[in-house]
Design a protein around this ligand. Structure first.
Ligand code: NAD
Length: 496
């Protein structure tokens, strides 16, 4: 049984200029618990006027916030870290209720959110520029970093607690003011995280929260006062946002979709590989942008891995993520469930279904969006499915004769978010690290998620932009460089 009751039905407010405000929108959407189909809240699809109000509030707060010393700007972040630690269980339950992932997975994503807050507390060091005296006789040159102004973050449904924090702490610690637009499918996590931000002591207007969909995003993209856009979501939307932000003269970092491959060599520790790849493919119901989606076995790895992964996948306990012992929750929406099931059907036509997660029967979850772990085999090299982002608990097995052939498979993929290798050979690992065409590389790792002090890299159609989220890249993205060249005639100093 679930240990926590669904929260009372609420209308999700916006947070603008330090105040919670009920939206005046006439357009509202249900927020649905994917484990049981219950409506847990209603979210407004805010329009141009409300989003513009948030932008104006952020613009008004900017001059004073920019002048606040970096050391003072990070003090609310220390407080926020403490508040997030204290409220981690409550926030994790909200994530599970609106997103479906297990309570343990929800807590894990919040740990990464906290880590980003901690790293951004280093801004007084990270934001420093550099200088050189006597670039010519008596002339000194200095590079300083200044904040941009109003910036915005648009985030997806799959990590409602973590992904906004890839951006928020860095943006404000660098002296910008921010608008967060979370996914309209999971607005409650940020609604509660912003209650903590409110207690952290930030001046009104420094952080703002607007709920909405395309109209809200388009307002952020077109508004002349917004200087930069951070986006995480699917590739078609990432491309659209990158193009429209660029056309409007804004800088943008847009993280897109993924199709991640793992290569299993015959010398891998098969027990470890199976466990880790099973966690990667089926954790968060496969709705992770770093989830392994295709496992390429090389040589003799094929038989052992095929048998062991199918067994591991079939033993996973699926259900409501708040229930004790549940290892995998539902997918986000009913539409998502039918999309994943129809892609399994494509896999059945192209190859073979070793484990079929369709028609999942979960006691108490009859109205939930459950798809059980699925393993597909014998997909041809030109398979339609092999390069389609499924974003569900489906692992496709492909076979290759050599590491070269396996790497060629990765080269053909449109995506480049993550690639992993399981081996006990240092030489194979080095070759892979050197040649694998992806931005996040795992060696005997299933989810190669960079710590907050490394960039969340991504290549090809998984990323559009230059600077990534997190760490030093975030500081580069949220600041612009100014170079000062100075000459002071020496004789003037003799006056004093
Ligand atoms: P999505 O693209 O549907 O939505 C993301 C955000 O864009 C939401 O805030 C949504 O309101 C907004 N949006 C949606 N359609 C829009 C449109 N037409 N115009 C303007 N804005 C629009 O993505 P999602 O379904 O919420 O998230 C899943 C996707 O995100 C997957 O493709 C996954 O791979 C990707 N993802 C990528 C990373 C990464 O780091 N590369 C991380 C997490 C998720």
């Amino acid at each position: 049984m679930s240990t926590v009751a669904a929260p009372p039905l609420t209308k999700v407010p916006n947070y603008i200029n330090g105040k919670w405000q009920d939206s005046t929108s006439t357009d509202w959407q249900d927020v649905i618990n994917p484990a049981n189909g219950e409506v847990v809240a209603r979210v407004p699809l805010s329009g141009v006027a409300e989003v513009s109000k948030a932008i104006d509030a952020a613009a008004a707060a900017y001059p004073a916030w920019r002048r606040t010393p970096p050391e003072d700007r990070i003090q609310p972040l220390f407080k926020l870290k403490q508040l997030l630690e204290e409220h981690i269980d409550g926030l994790a339950r909200i994530i599970t209720q609106e997103n479906g992932k297990t309570f343990a997975e929800a807590k894990a994503e919040l740990r990464r959110a906290i880590e980003n807050v901690e790293v951004a507390c280093g801004i007084p060091m990270m934001m420093q520029g550099y200088n050189l005296e006597d670039v010519a006789r008596g002339i000194d040159e200095t590079m300083i970093r200044q904040p941009l102004g109003v910036v915005a973050a648009i985030t997806p449904f799959n990590f409602p607690g973590m992904i906004p924090f890839w951006f928020l702490p860095y943006a404000i610690a660098c002296g910008n003011t921010l608008i967060v637009k979370p996914s309209e499918r999971v607005p409650l996590t940020m609604r509660h995280a912003f209650e903590l931000l409110e207690q952290a002591g930030l001046p009104p207007g420094v952080v703002n929260l607007v709920n909405g969909g395309k109209a809200a995003v388009d307002t952020l993209l077109d508004h002349p006062k917004v200087r930069a856009i951070s986006f995480v979501g699917s590739t078609p939307v990432a491309k659209y946002i990158y193009a429209r932000a660029g056309a409007n003269g804004k800088r943008a970092q847009c993280q897109g979709g993924a199709k991640n491959h793992v290569i299993v060599l015959p010398d891998a520790d098969m027990k470890m590989a199976t466990q880790i790849i099973s966690d990667s493919a089926f954790g968060c119901a496969g709705q992770r942008c770093l989830a392994v989606s295709v496992a390429i076995t090389v040589g003799e790895a094929q038989k052992t891995f095929r048998d062991s992964i199918t067994e591991a996948a079939s033993s996973l306990r699926v259900g409501n993520g708040l229930d004790e012992g549940v290892q995998m929750g539902p997918v986000i929406t009913r539409q998502s469930k039918s999309r994943v099931e129809s892609l399994i059907e494509v896999g059945a036509r192209e190859g073979k279904v070793l484990l079929d997660g369709r028609q999942a029967r979960i006691p108490g979850g009859e109205n939930g969006n459950f798809v059980k772990p699925t393993v597909l085999d014998a997909l041809p090299a030109n398979s339609e499915l092999a390069d389609t982002e499924i974003f569900g608990p489906v692992l496709s097995l492909v076979h290759a004769d050599s590491l070269d052939d396996a790497l060629a498979f990765l080269e053909r993929s449109a995506y480049g978010n993550q690639a992993s290798l399981f081996t006990s050979s240092g030489a194979a690992a080095r070759r892979f690290r050197y040649d694998a065409p992806a931005g996040n590389i795992g060696i005997n790792i299933g989810v190669a998620a960079p710590m907050a002090y490394f960039p969340f890299s991504g290549w090809k159609d998984s990323f559009f932009g230059v600077q990534h989220g997190q760490g030093r890249d975030a500081v580069e993205f949220y600041t612009e460089k100014k170079v000062v060249v100075e000459r002071w005639a020496a004789e003037h100093s003799r006056k004093f």
